[in-house]
Design a protein around this ligand. Structure first.
Ligand SMILES: C[S@@+](CC[C@H](N)C(=O)[O-])C[C@H]1O[C@@H](n2cnc3c(N)ncnc32)[C@H](O)[C@@H]1O
Length: 288
């Protein structure tokens, strides 16, 4: 197919797309999308890198601010939107008792496969939507990492935060990773084979446009994908809200307290406690 013709079809589809914010989020529950997402983001892939910096950071945070009813025992951890389990498995290696939850069946299958192969410790994975999941027990640490909170509109994120604060042990901590900077607006075109595509198993051409509303901190990535086999263009829209820490603070119930853990060249983490009096130290001392 002629490149200019393909680009013309893709940019026409992008221009015609009128999805409002969060009308069509990434289809995390779609089996094909979820399988391809695991393939391109699993721990051996370049997208995410190794989990260790995050895992040592979370254990540092726990030892500074958490209060463990079990004395010096490692914290119990609930890893929300755990993907293929890279953090959950690394935490279980350190002795934590961990449950990972993800809506993507292929991600959970991969996590279970890796955990079976490499661990003998306490770990479990659940395929569920974190917006409705009920773990039926409490955890010392609950984490939503990889900037995933930016995929939820503010009202949903506020509900999610309140929901999981209720699943914390007394003195437990909820950790939310805030994605860093707003990206730059851009337009890019990819030919078959140029990257591992999320959108099709077969050859496809893809044009992505990123629009940024700096005032609202809202980013919209639109992907127009032409699949060779079907000769059809589909547009995927992914909205993300880049929450500053003070926006997160405004979502908290009055009984919770939040500190921000900054670390050079790593994303900020909001560390939220449901029993503020128990936090041992100021946030400024940790993770720098
Ligand atoms: C960017 S990946 C991060 C995976 C993992 N935390 C990591 O760092 O490797 C996002 C994950 O969030 C999951 N996800 C998105 N929305 C979800 C929801 N509502 N409930 C559960 N999982 C969800 C996706 O299936 C995907 O595996």
């Amino acid at each position: 197919m002629d490149d200019r013709l393909i680009q013309g079809r893709l940019s026409t589809a992008l221009q015609a797309c009128t999805d409002g914010a969060w009308e069509r989020r990434f289809p995390w529950g779609d089996a094909g999308f979820a399988r391809r997402f695991v393939r391109v983001t699993d721990e051996d892939a370049q997208w995410w890198g190794p989990p260790e910096p995050d895992v040592s950071r979370i254990l540092d945070i726990w030892s500074h601010w958490g209060r463990n009813a079990g004395g010096d025992n490692p914290p119990s951890v609930l890893d929300l939107a755990c993907g293929a389990g890279r953090h959950a498995i690394a935490l279980a290696w350190t002795g934590c008792d961990v449950i990972g939850v993800d809506v993507g069946g292929p991600a959970i299958d991969r996590a279970v496969e890796k955990a079976n192969r490499r661990l003998g410790g306490e770990i479990g994975f659940v395929e569920a939507d974190i917006e409705t999941y009920d773990p039926g027990r409490k955890f010392d640490l609950i984490q939503l990492l990889s900037g995933q909170c930016s995929d939820f509109p503010a009202t949903e994120l506020a509900v999610l935060i309140r929901r999981y604060l209720d699943f914390l042990t007394g003195g437990g901590l909820l950790v939310l990773e805030l994605p860093g900077q707003l990206p730059d607006p851009e337009m890019s075109y990819r030919k078959p084979g140029e990257h591992a595509s999320l959108f099709s198993d077969g050859p496809c051409w893809e044009m992505r446009s990123t629009e940024v509303d700096s005032a609202a901190r809202l980013t919209c990535d639109r992907y127009a994908v032409l699949t060779e086999a079907e000769d059809r263009v589909t547009v995927y829209t992914n909205w993300r809200l880049f929450y500053p820490a003070d926006w997160i603070a405004q979502m908290l119930p009055s009984t919770a307290a939040m500190r921000v853990d900054h670390r050079r060249s790593r994303p900020d983490w909001c560390v939220i406690s449901n029993s503020p009096g128990n936090q041992k130290q100021s946030a400024e001392g940790v993770g720098r």
